[in-house]
Structure formats: C-alpha cells, structure tokens
Design a protein around this ligand. Structure first.
Ligand SMILES: Cc1cc2nc3c(=O)[nH]c(=O)nc-3n(C[C@H](O)[C@H](O)[C@H](O)COP(=O)(O)O)c2cc1C
Length: 370
C-alpha cells in the first residue's frame, strides 16, 4: 500500500489537474467564440465543381445520407467535438444536442477526461444523450487514454462511435501541455481491439496525412477525421492563453483540410476519411466529399453561431449549410452523395501544385468518371 503522503499528493495533483482542465475548457469556449481561427486560405477556390445545365434533379429531391465506420447516417454534416466537463459546457452541449436532433446530425461530445476523473461532471456530457436519445453520438478522449477510460467514455454517453484525438501541436504550445507518448499507436491498437464500438481518430485543426492514416488503419482504426487547417486554430488559442510570443510562427503550422482529404482518400484508401477544419459552408463541404470524404465535421462555426446568435442563429446556419449542399448537388446533376467520389473536378493553382507533390495528378480528378 502506498504511503499516505503519496496518496494525499496524488489526490491533490488530480484535483489541480481537473481545475486546470475545467478552466482550459472554459477559455477554449470563450476564445473559439471570439474567432481565433486560421487567417489563411483553405484552397477551396482552386477546386471547381462541374456544373450540369441539363440537370433533372431539384435540391429538394436530393438524398444526403451517407455511411462511415459502418454506421449509416441521414446527414453528411456532424457536430464535432467541442466541450464538456465545465458547468458552462452543460448549457452549450444541451443546445448542440437540440440542434443535432432537429437536423438529424451525428454529434460528438468534447473530451471526456474531466468526466472520467470527476464523475460529478458526467452530466455535462450526458445531457447530449438526454436531449438526443435516438441520435448518433460520438464519445471523445485523447488517443493516450487507457482502454478502461475508453470503455467508460463510450458507456457515459451510450456512444455509437469513439473519437480519439491527436493534438501534439496544442500540447507542445500550451504551458501545462503533455509530451509525446512513445507508445501512442500501440495504445490506439489496444483501444480498437477492446472497445465495443468503431474507433475514429481525429486531429484538432493541424491535419492528418496519408502515411499517418495508413498506420492508424493498421492499428484497427475505422475512420480518420483529418481536421486540417483553415478553421479553428489551436496554436492561436493556446498562444492567447500563453503570455509569451515564441509560438507565433506556429500559427501557420499544419496541412490544409482538402489536401489531407485527397491525400488520405488516394494514398490510404483502406480507411474512411472525414473532413473537418474550416469546412464552413455547404459548397466547401461538397468539394471535400468530391475529393473522397464520407462526411464533414464542423465545430468552430457552429459554436460561434450558438454563442453569438443563439440557438436560432445556429439553426439558421445549419439550415443554410444543408441547403447549399442540396443545391450544389442538384446543380451537378446528382441525386445523392453516392456518385461524388467519381465526379470530374477541375483543380487549379496552389492546390494542383500541392497535390502533385503528394503524387496525385490533377488530371486524375478531371478524367475520372469518363
Ligand atoms: C472550443 C473548442 C473545443 C474543442 N474541444 C475539442 C475536444 O475536446 N476534443 C476534440 O477532439 N476536439 C476538440 N475541438 C476540435 C474540433 O473538434 C475540430 O477538430 C476543430 O475545431 C477543427 O474544426 P473547425 O474548424 O470546424 O472548428 C474543439 C474545438 C473548439 C472550437
């Protein structure tokens, strides 16, 4: 048995860590709602979707259903991991759950570490299941979590999918951040083997490339959400929480979302690819779907709407987003998402150059489908 002194120290350090975590979650909500985002282009202007002036499909006739991790879903848009673990999170998660239910969107809760370390905070996550009892809910933990924690997180919100997040840039920039875990992939493989639901691995805004996606597929991961640059920027958010300036050049770190999607879809085809990171409108979303994504996550913009324009603003935003998708789909002459991975695209400019460096010729997109 450990000496009492060590126990007391351990308990107080867990309490200290929980306090840090809760304050951090509150600060993330505030800073993300103030718009700490990438200031550079996400390359969507370099992707042209094909226009079909002879279309026979109207927007209302389109079917937006899709499937990933072996789970069929009604909408390709899902609400990505944002919050939980602080009292203010309960209010945010309740509204997000109402939004998810109204539009039939899958929804992820924020990191459940706080709820696992402090069971009194479980309700801040469980509110999502309470207000969205039939919907697809994703649990969320860091990829360094233990198998026991992963099982507890899934059980806590009765999740159908477990998201594990990778956030090395955030950890290295934040003063209280953790160092790299040498056994990360082995840990992910253990979780995949032992939890009862499919595992999805995501970044938080710096991107996942094909070589990492292929390693994750070998570990048993069913899908990656590339969560690349273009939207929420955790270098800027953590930098803002940090009183120094050394991190400033890292505000431009990371890989753009559409590049990651194309790279994973072409060079690591054994894993489902999902797109998030600045996919802020329905037409950018369609571009990611045409590049190979099965679905689109959105966190920062939905949160911004919710915090600055209330639930009504967030509802308008989602309604417009889905309408843009349906309209774009109809204008391409498509009645569903099924044909998008084969539709010809025109790729120009910097995106074309970047694809070339990934060994993907822009001609591949133009010629496919013919
Ligand atoms: C306030 C806030 C908190 C977040 N917390 C989490 C989290 O707990 N777990 C996680 O996997 N991702 C978290 N994310 C990252 C998002 O899920 C997403 O990957 C990232 O914000 C990029 O998407 P976006 O540009 O649509 O915001 C958070 C994002 C925001 C804005």
């Amino acid at each position: 048995m450990a000496p009492p002194l060590v126990n007391a120290w351990a308990i107080s350090s867990i309490k200290r860590m929980n306090k840090f975590r809760i304050n951090r979650k509150k600060e993330h909500l505030i800073l993300a709602s103030q718009g700490f985002r990438c200031s550079f282009t996400a390359l969507y202007e370099d992707i042209l979707l094909p226009h079909d002036c002879l279309t026979t499909i109207s927007p209302e006739e389109t079917d937006l259903s899709t499937e990933y991790c072996g789970i069929p879903v009604q909408s390709p848009l899902y609400i990505n991991a944002i919050t939980g673990g602080a009292l203010v999170s309960e209010n945010v998660n309740r509204k997000l759950a109402v939004l998810a239910k109204e539009f039939n969107l899958p929804i992820a809760v924020g990191s459940q570490q706080a709820g696992i370390h402090n069971p009194q905070l479980k309700f801040t996550y469980q509110v999502v299941r309470k207000y969205n009892p039939e919907g697809v809910v994703m649990a969320n933990l860091p990829a360094t979590a233990t198998v026991m924690q992963a099982k507890a997180a899934v059980e806590m919100v009765e999740a159908q999918i477990l998201q594990l997040y990778l956030n090395p840039a955030q950890e290295f920039i934040m003063p209280e951040g953790e160092r790299a875990n040498k056994k990360l992939l082995a840990n992910v493989a253990d979780i995949c083997a032992l939890v009862s639901v499919p595992v999805l691995v995501k970044e938080i805004g710096f991107g996942i490339g094909a070589s990492q996606a292929a390693s994750l597929a070998r570990a048993g991961v069913r899908a990656v959400d590339v969560s690349g640059t273009g939207g929420t920027n955790f270098a800027r958010i953590e930098g803002r929480r940090n009183s120094s300036h050394w991190w400033l050049p890292l505000a431009a770190w990371g890989l753009p979302t559409p590049l990651c999607v194309a790279d994973v879809a072409v060079n690591a085809p054994k894993i489902d690819v999902l797109a998030s990171g600045g996919v802020d409108d329905g037409i950018s979303a369609l571009k990611c779907l045409c590049l190979g994504a099965a679905a689109i996550g959105n966190a920062g913009s939905i949160l911004w709407q919710l915090r600055n324009r209330g639930l009504a603003g967030a509802k308008n935003y989602v309604e417009d987003y889905l309408r843009q998708m349906r309209t774009g789909l109809a204008l391409m002459g498509q009645s569903s998402l099924a044909g998008l991975h084969q539709i010809p695209l025109v790729i120009t400019g910097r995106f074309k150059e970047l694809l070339n460096q990934k060994g993907i010729s822009a001609k591949y997109y133009w010629r496919r489908g013919y």
